[in-house]
Write a protein that binds this ligand. Structure first.
Ligand code: URA
Length: 217
């Protein structure tokens, strides 16, 4: 299920970011009120082409990690803190033709871009109302817990705390306490394979935590 955001919020975000190098709009998707809400950074090229979150190289890795925790994509909710693809512009020389061409690679969203999408994300979190939030990587983690939170320190830990919400242009702790379990972003270990055993262990332990804390048990 793709979420239907209020049009006024989408229009507000698009008005604020219209000068930025951002393209497309990929809604979050999955079940409402899931046990687990995964929060990424921003969609990449494949996500913009297909209109679905986490379907490119990172998405394939994410599906494998979910399986280590005993989860499938069908039973979680997947979104990102930014809903459009941030791109850079690079002038390069085409190796075959020798002609100058323009490339538009993905880039990390800026803090301003994350803040511009914050009202949309706050609305989405309240609407989805998950039992556990899993921020994937530092961009999502810092959007939720503030800039001193680091994935290298907090990955795999079970945190219980309010998450930041945007009020009058400033981040403030919200009223509700969430369970937050930070994980490395799949792209991080695609580029640093030495992290893979740690990441696998984190997801296996997360699966055990989910079993121990299941409402039926
Ligand atoms: N990375 C993200 O953070 N989100 C996506 O949807 C794809 C890659």
């Amino acid at each position: 299920m793709q979420i239907q955001y209020p049009k006024s919020l989408v229009d507000q975000v698009q008005a604020v970011t219209k000068q930025n190098r951002l393209e497309g709009f990929v809604p979050g998707e999955g079940v409402a009120h899931p046990r687990v809400m995964l929060v990424g950074e921003a969609p990449g090229q494949t996500e913009i082409e297909t209109g679905h979150p986490f379907v490119g190289a990172s998405g394939k890795e994410l599906t494998k990690m979910l399986a280590l925790a005993g989860l499938t994509r069908e039973e979680v909710y997947i979104t990102s803190v930014v809903r459009s693809r941030p791109f850079a512009i690079r002038q390069v020389v085409d190796k075959k033709t020798g002609q100058p061409i323009e490339k538009r690679p993905n880039r990390t969203p800026t803090k301003r871009e994350v803040a511009a999408f914050a009202p949309l994300f706050d609305w989405e979190l309240a609407a989805v109302d998950p039992e556990v939030i899993v921020p994937l990587g530092n961009t999502a983690l810092q959007r939720l817990l503030g800039k001193t939170a680091l994935i290298g320190d907090l990955h795999g830990q079970v945190l219980r705390q309010p998450v930041l919400t945007m009020v009058d242009g400033k981040y403030c702790p919200g009223n509700k306490t969430y369970v937050v379990i930070p994980m490395y972003h799949p792209a991080a270990y695609l580029y640093a394979r030495r992290l893979e055993p740690t990441v696998q262990e984190d997801w296996r332990e997360f699966g055990q935590w989910l079993n121990r804390n299941s409402k039926e048990s």
